[in-house]
Design a protein around this ligand. Structure first.
Ligand code: ADP
Ligand code: MG
Length: 140
């Protein structure tokens, strides 16, 4: 399996509770390397662009409001099969359905405030990384 990169966000519920280090520990324990990372406060425009795929969903407004409610940590993760591996480490979107040992099982507050984002495919990973990082900010 090839080395891949995926895009990750530690969401406002994680920065608010000061658990970004605890989440990073789970990421690293899974064998993923944090090859880029910065703390930002997303603008409404950035959040709307990022989640444009969900703009017709009933929770879109709530999701954008949440993502701009506080700072986030955006990251690029690198490793073998990184996209699927990180989805496994994150756990199910709804923390009540997330498996033991996953980030969302351990830390998520609700289906909306669920601590982390991870890309779902190589195409979306490339688009999401490029939205937030220049090439020279990623150091593998
Ligand atoms: P995932 O983040 O697991 O890929 P989705 O892409 O389906 O999940 O949804 C994007 C984000 O929208 C979720 O992580 C969550 O923050 C939010 N969300 C999804 N479903 C709901 C819902 N039913 N109610 C509120 N927020 C939701
Ligand atoms: Mg998704």
């Amino acid at each position: 399996m090839a080395i891949q990169r995926t895009f990750s966000i530690l969401k406002p519920d994680a920065t608010e509770r000061n658990i970004t280090g605890a989440i990073n520990a789970l990421i690293e324990k899974a064998g993923l390397r944090i090859v880029a990372q910065k703390r930002i406060h997303m603008t409404r425009g950035q959040a709307e662009t990022f989640y444009a795929v969900h703009k017709e969903r009933p929770f879109f407004g709530e999701l954008v409001d949440f993502m701009i409610s506080g700072p986030v940590v955006v990251q690029v993760l690198e490793g073998e099969n990184a996209i699927a591996k990180y989805r496994d480490v994150m756990g199910a979107t709804d923390p009540s359905k997330a498996a033991d040992g996953t980030i969302r099982k351990a830390h998520a507050k609700s289906i909306g405030e669920n601590s982390v984002h991870g890309s779902d495919a190589p195409e979306t990973a490339a688009i999401e990384i490029a939205q937030f990082f220049a090439g020279n900010e990623i150091v593998g």
